[in-house]
Design a protein around this ligand. Structure first.
Ligand code: G1P
Ligand code: ZN
Length: 543
């Protein structure tokens, strides 16, 4: 088979963000664009040469085309063995699982997560390393640096490869193995949870729905919930992955999964409902008339970890991303376990998980997970809640409310200002940074600033430093405002403002969230001069 070397020029915009390289499909469709980035990975990640690569994606538009190109490049770059999910499919947590179980040197996950798909939507590539987790910053920096000087890439000339039938085939010297995308992952789930107890719960009059949002988790949820656990047929809705996610926005939050939220309200409300995103790493948990905020979900799972067969003695520690509410900190303090605050992005949990310093971790952005893989895992969170419900035999609402009575409630919300001008957004952040030294001890509305800083993190295991990770303004009675710019957007900049207010166990826990956070919301706009600088009066999205 003929190996071709193609001359190319660098693209200046190939710096990976919070979660891989994410761009409009049209950007990836430019000649050489995808190839340059893939070559930058293969050329800088030497363990891949002669090693095993895992390949799959969330099934979105351009997945098939990209897989064909990547296979031909992998073969030309000396990769010995490539495991491909059948049909090119692998959810993000399943890819992490497959990398770990098969001892692969890395994996490529083709996804732009919850961003809309289709020819005018987004596409993305995430490179995961041998521990199954997202490449750490030093790896993504090396890939980016290479992409800025690239002059050539190489690929094999070959006919399209059949990735739809299970089994082995050769492409040049490379062995391609098309695997069942669900099998390894489903087996791992049975080790983590009490499937007998969950089956018993589902066999009764308990009603649930799982919304796969026309994306990757459909086949996983059907296999695990309906086939293995015996949930009624039809439990999984929107379960067939579509290339354009049916034109929807597969982001599991109350705004984008409104149909599911409705199913938890009114006379025929189901007891439990959950959703996952485009690539299967996010989750949303709902009970009858209640939405469980992701920060609370992490805290509740951590507080009840001994309900899971994998943690009979509870867990050793937890971590949350900095903007995530401090609910889990309360649990860690009560239980006397370690608690880490990391920058935004799952990659920062990897070293803590590898070192055995934590068992559970999560982010406010609907990400929850454990040390079973090195990615956040939507279905893991859903099964964890089902396991909890099966053991406790209480409703979701009862579990959440009794948690608040024990630990207090962290009222929490994120206000996003989307697609604002990049220069304005950077100016806004710079202005905030300038104000930081003046803020402590200042009285704002009826609150006193306790601290104001730009979050910087030193990884306690590998001692790498990540600075400028978001601006924190903390008040004396525990409230917080956090500002950061999104690292996953594809149009302009997104300013995320995170608001949090704590009411202790004796406080009121059934108030309206936005009302409780009203003063903080106003302050957040005033301190950062949001209207003046961006022209925006109010957020585009409130979650
Ligand atoms: C967002 C979330 C972050 C998450 C990432 C990938 O990143 O805020 O928690 O890890 O998506 O799912 P952002 O756009 O804020 O950089
Ligand atoms: Zn995702």
């Amino acid at each position: 088979m003929h190996k071709t070397i193609v001359n190319t020029q660098p693209f200046s915009d190939q710096k990976p963000g919070t979660s891989g390289l994410r761009k409009r499909v049209a950007v990836f469709q430019q000649p050489h664009y995808l190839e340059n980035f893939i070559q930058s990975i293969f050329s800088t990640q030497s363990p891949l040469s002669g090693g095993t690569l895992v390949l799959g994606g969330d099934g979105r538009f351009y997945n098939q085309t990209a897989i064909q190109i990547i296979l031909r490049m992998a073969a030309a770059n000396g990769i010995a063995h490539c495991l491909v999910g059948q049909g090119g499919l692998l959810s993000t947590p399943a890819a992490s699982c497959v990398i770990r179980q098969h001892g692969a040197q890395g994996g490529l996950i083709l996804s732009a997560s919850h961003n809309p798909a289709g020819p005018s939507g987004d596409f993305g590539i995430k490179f995961n390393v041998a521990n199954g987790g997202p490449a750490p910053e030093k790896v993504t920096q090396a890939i980016y640096a290479y992409s800025q000087t690239i002059r050539q890439y190489t690929l094999l000339e070959a006919e399209p490869i059949n990735i739809h039938s299970l089994g082995k085939q050769h492409l040049g010297d490379m062995l391609i193995e098309v695997i069942d995308p669900v099998a390894d992952y489903a087996a791992l789930m049975t080790d983590q949870f009490d499937f007998a107890a969950i089956s018993e719960l589902l066999a009764g009059d308990f009603q649930m729905r799982f919304d796969a949002m026309h994306a990757i988790t459909g086949p996983y949820a059907q296999a695990i919930l309906e086939q293995r656990l015996g949930a009624q047929q039809g439990t999984v809705i929107h379960g067939t992955p579509q290339e354009d996610f049916a034109g929807q926005h597969p982001d599991p939050n109350p705004a984008h999964a409104a149909e599911l939220v409705e199913m938890t309200q009114g006379d025929n409300a189901v007891d439990f409902a959950a959703a996952s995103d485009g690539d299967g790493d996010r989750n949303m948990i709902l009970g009858k008339d209640i939405f469980v905020s992701p920060s609370d979900s992490l805290a509740i799972l951590a507080a009840n970890a001994n309900c899971f067969p994998a943690y009979p003695k509870g867990i050793v520690g937890v971590a949350r991303s900095m903007p995530t509410s401090q609910a889990v900190d309360q649990v860690a303090e009560h239980k006397g376990i370690a608690c880490y605050e990391t920058p935004t992005g799952w990659k920062f949990f990897g070293s803590l998980l590898d070192a055995g310093a934590i068992h559970f971790c999560g982010e406010e952005s609907f990400g929850t997970g454990s040390n079973h893989v090195r990615e956040k895992d939507g279905l893991w969170a859903v099964l964890a809640w089902l396991n909890l419900l099966a053991v406790k035999r209480q409703s979701v609402r009862q579990i959440v409310q009794s948690h608040w009575r024990e630990y207090g409630r962290h009222y929490y919300s994120r206000h996003d200002y989307e697609a604002i001008d990049q220069t304005c957004a950077e100016h806004l952040m710079d202005r905030l940074r300038e104000q930081l030294p003046m803020l402590p001890q200042t009285r704002l509305a009826d609150l006193t600033v306790a601290y104001a800083d730009d979050f910087s993190y030193v990884d306690p295991i590998d001692h790498t430093t990540s600075s400028q990770q978001g601006i924190r303004i903390g008040f004396t009675e525990g409230s917080r405002i956090v500002y950061r710019l999104s690292g996953t957007g594809t149009v302009g900049a997104t300013l995320r403002v995170y608001l949090e207010r704590y009411l202790p166990p004796t406080g009121q826990h059934d108030l309206d969230i936005q009302q409780v956070l009203g003063t903080l919301a106003t302050l957040s706009r005033e301190i950062a001069d949001i209207k003046q600088i961006t022209g925006r009066e109010r957020p585009d999205l409130i979650v």
